[in-house]
Design a protein around this ligand. Structure first.
Ligand SMILES: Cc1cc2nc3c(=O)[nH]c(=O)nc-3n(C[C@H](O)[C@H](O)[C@H](O)COP(=O)(O)O)c2cc1C
Length: 177
């Protein structure tokens, strides 16, 4: 049941020194490629990174919230050709969350690392930096990186009592059931 997976899902930022098996990488790739996209245009592209030097490079893509990528054995860079779909942000987001959930389902930890709208330094965006590092065309966009590995953390899922049910209205905004 998906709800059971969602009840245990957390972002994992610490990884064991253990590679992800090829069979699991193949399943992660299959999961992403099964993502729905607007008009079925599939504007996304994925770069599957396992070279430790490149992982260390990706970890430097922004000053905060990315450094732990260097300790992951694997990272999926979610990018797109924006000319191939006007809602590529939504399409990429769906693919990124699907790979995060698929990783959880395979007993792996992962975490979304935001790239779009982030800065490498005063003169270079995180996207520009990643595009240069991975040889992406200038016209491509990079939305996020999802580092994946066997987690070292044992975080519990969010408790039922912590869920923000007051964010939900019924029929009219502000009407509470
Ligand atoms: C759009 C988005 C961007 C995020 N960017 C980062 C990031 O750059 N670095 C990071 O460590 N976590 C990032 N996260 C993970 C969130 O911090 C995390 O989902 C949130 O704190 C809730 O924790 P949980 O996923 O364990 O429930 C991002 C999550 C989303 C959905």
């Amino acid at each position: 049941m998906l709800i059971e997976l969602l009840r245990t899902r957390r972002s994992v930022r610490q990884f064991q020194d253990k590679p992800v098996e090829k069979e699991k990488i193949d399943l992660l790739i299959e999961s992403m490629l099964r993502s729905p996209s607007s008009r079925g245009l599939n504007p996304w592209e994925f770069v599957v990174v396992s070279d430790p030097k490149l992982l260390a490079g990706l970890a430097r893509a922004k000053p905060h919230g990315a450094s732990f990528i260097k300790n992951a054995p694997l990272a999926i860079v979610v990018c797109a050709d924006p000319d191939r779909g006007d809602v590529w942000i939504e399409d990429c987001s769906i693919a990124a969350i699907i790979v995060h959930l698929a990783a959880t389902d395979l007993g792996l930890g992962s975490c979304w690392v935001q790239m779009r709208l982030r800065e490498f330094d005063d003169r270079t965006t995180s996207e520009q930096y990643v595009k240069k590092l991975l040889g992406l065309a200038d016209t491509m966009v990079v939305e996020a990186i999802v580092p994946i590995g066997y987690g070292k953390e044992d975080k519990p899922g969010h408790s039922q009592s912590s869920l923000l049910y007051d964010k939900v209205s019924y029929d009219q905004y502000g009407w509470k059931g």
